[in-house]
Design a binder for this molecule. Structure first.
Ligand SMILES: [Zn+2]
Length: 138
């Protein structure tokens, strides 16, 4: 797990905790404002204000305005077993596993085909796409 994931998890946890805390405070304020014979409307409004804030924070933490983005990649290899060709591309519509794309520029013998299609975090996808063993783009 990368440190970025942990940060996202932590900040979402903090938001959730904050949301619960505000909910708790707002309930206390609402109870307190209606406990006396004369209802304190200012305090009551404050209580509902906190409640509203708590709901917003809760939904941000739960639904993920903080969200990990994913990318679908295709892993390209050469049919020639001795060839070191390896490249990761963004998934294109119509891609499938074992689809042959073109002749290999690296060994001039094999064909480049899609070995794998997978889902990965956007940050890791960028790293993979940079570490191709050939500069040739497809
Ligand atoms: Zn090759």
């Amino acid at each position: 797990m990368s440190s970025e994931d942990q940060k996202i998890k932590l900040s979402s946890r903090i938001l959730k905790a904050l949301s619960f805390f505000l909910l708790f405070i707002s309930i206390i304020i609402v109870i307190f404002s209606t406990a006396t014979n004369q209802i304190d409307y200012n305090l009551l409004m404050l209580g509902f204000g906190f409640l509203f804030l708590s709901a917003i924070l809760g939904s941000i933490a739960g639904e993920g305005i903080i969200k990990i983005k994913y990318e679908t990649l295709t892993e390209l290899r050469c049919t020639n077993k001795d060839c070191k060709f390896l490249q990761y591309n963004k998934f294109n519509f119509g891609d499938y596993v074992f689809k042959i794309l073109k002749k290999c520029d690296l060994c001039k013998k094999g064909d480049i085909f899609i070995q794998n299609i997978f889902h990965i975090k956007e940050t890791e996808a960028k790293k993979l796409m940079e570490q191709a063993t050939t500069g040739a783009s497809i």
